[in-house]
Design a protein around this ligand. Structure first.
Ligand SMILES: C[S@@+](CC[C@H](N)C(=O)[O-])C[C@H]1O[C@@H](n2cnc3c(N)ncnc32)[C@H](O)[C@@H]1O
Length: 236
């Protein structure tokens, strides 16, 4: 039977839906390998890595990949945390079902490598506040949070990206010292992000990314309004 027919748990399904279509992923602490197998089987991810520190756990993922003839698309790797993944090797890193402290230790081992991935999808079983603080202190931005129920427990899924503040990208100083290109510059970027958001919404591809793009759109719209108000005041 296909896992897609068998269905993942609500928790793993919610994690799967946070992986944008056609993006690659590594599942750190995969255990049975259900998540990466589902992503490949449904065509959501072209390539995935199932990794685990325990030989016994990984063996379950190896068996599943073999049963499904997925050995080309699914790489199974034995090792600790991100040690067996190269920098930028995948788009998304999933670490689910572990304590928040262990997750932060895995992320903190090689900070530059951790920052090379587009997105971290984290489902801590405990110490969620500790993990949130760790992400903030280590220059990650939490772009979305989702609650899911597994059996009788409600769990939290956090999506974090390396810090990229819209205020660094489009600072207020652009509007405070404008010239003849300012409005065109801001409107061009606004139009670009509106198109990206429209595409994400049509493809229902990434909740996390949609939130990030909406932030940019709100900020750019505010800057454009500020620019227009200033021009209005000075009658030009
Ligand atoms: C509770 S299971 C979670 C399985 C799956 N990720 C899920 O959410 O359903 C935790 C898994 O993480 C693995 N693990 C624990 N520490 C790890 C580490 N430092 N690196 C990789 N895997 C680890 C364990 O061997 C185990 O298979």
């Amino acid at each position: 039977m296909k896992l897609s027919e068998n269905m993942l748990s609500e928790r793993l399904q919610a994690i799967a839906e946070l992986i944008p279509y056609k993006e690659t992923m590594a599942d750190i602490g995969t255990d049975h390998g259900f998540l990466p197998v589902y992503l490949i089987e449904t065509g959501r991810s072209p390539q995935a890595i199932a990794a685990d520190i325990s030989e016994d756990s990984l063996e379950k993922a190896v068996q599943l990949a073999r049963e499904k003839n997925m050995e080309d698309a699914l790489s199974t790797r034995l090792g600790n945390g991100l040690e067996i993944i190269d920098a930028s090797e995948v788009d998304n890193i999933v670490i689910a079902g572990m304590g928040g402290i262990l997750i932060s230790e895995i992320l903190g081992k090689e900070p530059e490598k951790t920052k090379s991935f587009k997105r971290l999808i984290l489902q801590p079983r405990s110490k969620i506040g500790f993990l949130r603080k760790w992400l903030r202190d280590n220059d990650f931005t939490i772009v979305s949070e989702t609650l899911v129920k597994e059996v009788d427990k409600i769990c939290e899924i956090i999506v974090a990206i390396p810090y990229e503040d819209v205020h660094d990208e489009f600072p207020f100083s652009l509007v405070n010292s404008p010239n003849k290109y300012t409005l065109e510059y801001l409107e061009t970027h606004l139009e670009k992000y509106e198109k990206i958001l429209d595409k994400i919404n049509r493809e229902k591809s990434s909740t996390g990314r949609a939130i990030h793009i909406k932030d940019k759109i709100t900020h750019l719209s505010n800057l454009i309004n500020m620019y227009k108000e200033e021009r209005g005041k000075h009658g030009s």
